[in-house]
Design a protein around this ligand. Structure first.
Ligand SMILES: *Cc1c(COP(=O)(O)O)cnc(C)c1O
Length: 373
């Protein structure tokens, strides 16, 4: 059996004619930038996340950068975040002119450990970026409390967590702004790049709308230094159709996750740690990520037997060559470093079949029985 990490073909088949018709309507309308499809998507994503304003942008990385700029982050400022995330989280901080300050993760959720944030705050700290990794919300209440106490902005990196919830609240109504990515592999994926920022703050929303069009309002009168970062109509047309299915797709992901956990814990609980959904969270399983000591060997064995897996992420950001100048060394963030050596994400998408999941777990079982015999 051959099982890819992600298979988008069935999803496309089910929406194909609806999508083609909608794309055709955009092409016939000749409105390609910031038209009605983008407006509708901005409203709908804001409302699904209990925010008030949505700002469509070119990608999730720009969503972070524009959020930081709109919150007033400037050269000399520090922004606290996790080292166990995709590069873009900290890349956006540096692009905004600020310095990333890393704080280690909680080894159970893989998200930033709120109990370690306060000791990283200095007089230059301006914002915190919690990342809701793999689709599970960070423990936000202590972070929001710290932010109030020290007058910091909170910019949520929810690139992997659209539709997730935390203690009865939606991801999107927690921080000052929340950033989503519509990269094709995300839970709500475009057919190209795309991103969105949501917020309840009308002033921040207005700033972000200006920044994404070269800082201009009205056109050709430039208030601040912005850039070209817009979501286009074709992508928004696709996303408006897909958005109607997001809640169901997230539910299906959760079902697949439950099935994995049951199968893995029946037979392999001595070798594998399955993901934990913290009480009060609604995890949307962008990834189903296990921990396993013999990770690289297991990954090779699975690949040989037709099962694709991925490591998100093999090198924590404080050890990336691009961030060498920040001066961190190995040993600074032990939980992140250990996670980078042990995590393995298994195939996960709403259309994944139970037989495929059984084959994956059987293959993992084979690996351990041959390894230890
Ligand atoms: C995907 C992702 C991003 C960046 O989104 P793009 O749309 O690819 O720019 C940022 N942070 C995290 C955690 C991501 O997974």
């Amino acid at each position: 059996m051959k099982i890819p990490m992600l298979d988008l073909s069935e999803q496309y088949q089910s929406l194909r004619y609806e999508i083609i018709n909608s794309l055709d309507a955009v092409l016939l309308s000749s409105t390609f930038i910031l038209g009605d499809h983008v407006k509708r998507l901005e409203q709908d994503v804001a409302s699904l996340s209990n925010a008030l304003f949505g700002v469509g942008v070119a990608n999730g990385s720009d969503a972070l950068h524009i959020s930081l700029q709109a919150c007033g982050v400037k050269p000399g400022d520090e922004v606290i975040t996790t080292p166990f995330t995709f590069f873009a989280t900290a890349g956006a901080i540096v692009r905004a002119g600020a310095k990333p300050v890393f704080v280690d993760i909680d080894p159970v959720t893989f998200n930033i450990d709120p109990t370690k944030i306060e000791q990283a705050i200095t007089k230059n700290t301006r914002a915190i970026i919690p990342v809701h990794l793999y689709g599970q919300a960070t423990d936000m209440n202590p972070i929001l409390e710290i932010a109030r106490k020290y007058d910091l902005y909170v910019v949520d990196d929810a690139a992997q967590a659209i539709g997730a919830e935390y203690k009865g609240k939606k991801v999107g109504e927690l921080g000052h702004t929340t950033c989503f990515s519509f990269f094709p592999t995300k839970n709500l994926g475009a057919y190209g790049d795309g991103g969105m920022i949501v917020t309840k703050d009308s002033k921040i929303a207005e700033k972000m709308r200006i920044i994404r069009v070269h800082g201009s309002k009205p056109k050709y009168y430039h208030q601040v230094l912005g850039y070209n970062s817009r979501l286009d109509e074709l992508q928004a047309a696709v996303l408006n159709i897909k958005l109607q299915h997001l809640a169901r797709w997230n539910m299906l992901r959760r079902e697949k996750a439950t099935a994995y956990t049951k199968l893995l814990n029946e037979k392999l609980s001595n070798f594998i740690v399955t993901p934990t959904e913290v009480e009060g969270n609604y995890h949307v399983f962008h990834q189903y990520t296990i921990r396993v000591e013999k990770r690289d060997e297991l990954q090779r064995f699975l690949q040989k037997n037709g099962v694709s897996t991925m490591v998100y992420y093999p090198v924590p950001l404080h050890l990336q060559p691009a961030f060498q100048e920040l001066g961190y060394t190995e040993g600074d963030f032990l939980n992140s470093e250990k996670a980078a050596k042990e995590v393995l994400s298994l195939p996960m998408f709403p259309e994944l079949k139970l037989e495929q999941q059984k084959y994956i777990v059987d293959t993992i079982e084979k690996f351990f029985s041959s390894y230890f015999s």
